[in-house]
Design a protein around this ligand. Sequence first.
Ligand code: SF4
Ligand code: FE
Length: 492
Amino acid sequence: MLMTGKEYIESLRKLNTRVYMFGEKVDNWVDHPIIRPSINSVAMTYDLAHDPEYKDVMTAKSNLIGKIVNRFSHLHQSTEDLKNKVKMQRLLGQKTGSCFQRCVGMDAFNAVYSTTFETDEKYGTDYHKNFVEYLKYVQENDLIVDGAMTDPKGDRGLSPSAQKDKDMYLRIVERREDGIVVRGAKAHQTGSINSHEHIIMPTVAMREEDKDYAVSFACPSDAEGLYMIYGRQSCDTRKLEDNADVDLGNAKFGGQEALVVFDDVFIPNNRIFLCGEYDFAGMMVERFAGYHRQSYGGCKVGVGDVIIGAAAVAAEYNGAAKASHIKDKLIEMTHLNETLYSCGLACSTEGCKTKAGNYQIDLLLANVCKQNITRFPYEIGRLAEDIAGGLMVTMPSDADFKSDTVVGNNGETIGDICNKYFAGSDCATTEERQRILRLLENVCLGTAAVGYRTESMHGAGSPQAQRIMISRQSDLEGKKKMAKEIAGIKEK
Ligand code: SF4
Ligand code: FE
C-alpha cells in the first residue's frame, strides 16, 4: 500500500508520540506551526511516489513482499537501485529545499539487513529473520522509520562502558525471557517526531566490556517510556508570527531534529537485531554511515540546485545578471554541486552485493562524497551570499513592507518607503525580491541552514570520521608498490 501525503499526515494523528518543545508538552504536534513544515517535507516523499513522472525513481519492486513499494523502504537490489536512490534524493531536495528526513530509515534498513545476516551466520542468532519480518511490516504499511545512531557520547575520550554517566550511550539495562529493557538517548535525530517507528543502532565499534551497548532494535515512536525534545533552529519562531509567509523564505517545508529519550523502554524479542554481539557493532555503524554518506550526494545537491536558482534570480532582480563575474560565480556553484552529485553516483555505480543479497555502495567513494559535502555547500552558500548582496540580512520585516503607518512628510507609509527604497530591477516586484532573498537567508542562515550547512559538516559523521575511513580504504601500501615498480626500486 502506497500512502499519499495526506494519508501519511493523518496516520501521524493516531500515534501518541510524546513531544516537548520550549519546556512544555506539545499535544497537537502535527499542526504545530514550527513542526508542520517538516511534516510537509516528509509528505512529499509520499506524494511524489504517486506521480507518474517520478514513478521509476520513487518506487521499486520489493524483493521481500513482491509488491511496488516506496523506494525509501526498499532494499537495493542492484547498482541501478543505488543510483536511483541518489536521483530520488536530489529530486526531493529540489522539491522541498530542505531535509525530507526519510533517508535515515532507508539507510538503516539496508545496513541492518546485511549486518544481521552476517551476525546470524557467526552466532546462529535469529536477527535477520526478525529484521526481514519487521521490514515486511514497514513495506506493507508504507511507514516512516527513523534510523537512529548517534548517542550523546558524554566524554569523547572514554568508551561507552567507561563513562561516568552510564546513560551516555544507549544500553540494555535488563534482559528478560521475552525481551530487553533499554535506557539512554539518541541525539540529533532527523525526522524522529515525524516517524511511525524507530530503528536503533550502536554509534561506535565496541569491545567486550561494551557489550550491553551493542544493541539494535525497532520500536514504535510512541512506545511506553519514549519521548522526544525538539531541537530548535535559527529563526524558528518566525513561524509563530501572524501571517507568517514572506519572511520565512520557505513557508511550506523544513527539516527536523530532536533528542529521543529511552526511559526504560521494553523491546520484545522479535524486534531485536543485535544484542551483545559487540564485534558486529562496527560493521553496522560503517555500513549505515556509508549509505548515509552516499545519501548526501543526492539531497544536498537538490537543495544546491535551489540555491543556485535562487542566486540567479536574485541577480536578475538586482539588475546584475549580465555581469560576467556573476555568470562565473553561478558556473562555479554548478561545478561544485555537480561534483557532489558525481560522487553520489560514483559510489553507487561501484557498489557491490553483500552476503545477504542487497547492494552496498563503494565505501571509499561514499566517504570521499561526504568529505566533499563538508566543504562545497559552504562555498556554494558563500557564493550565493556574494551574489545576493547584503539586503539578504538587513531587509525590514514583511510587516514593514505592508504597513500603512504614516512616516513621511507627504503622507508616505512605512510600506511606501520600504517599497520605494528596496525596489530593484523593473523585472520584479519588491515582494518578489523579498521572497527570493528570504529563501536564500533561510537556506544559508535560517531554519533550513541546519540541513544545508551544519548538517553537511556533521550529519552522517563529522569530517574526521570520513578521513579515518578514507585512510583505511586507501590502500597506501598498494600505491607505494606501484610507484616503486615504475621507479625501478626492488621490493625488499
Ligand atoms: Fe535525507 Fe539528506 Fe535529510 Fe539525511 S540530511 S535525512 S540524506 S534529506
Ligand atoms: Fe542527515
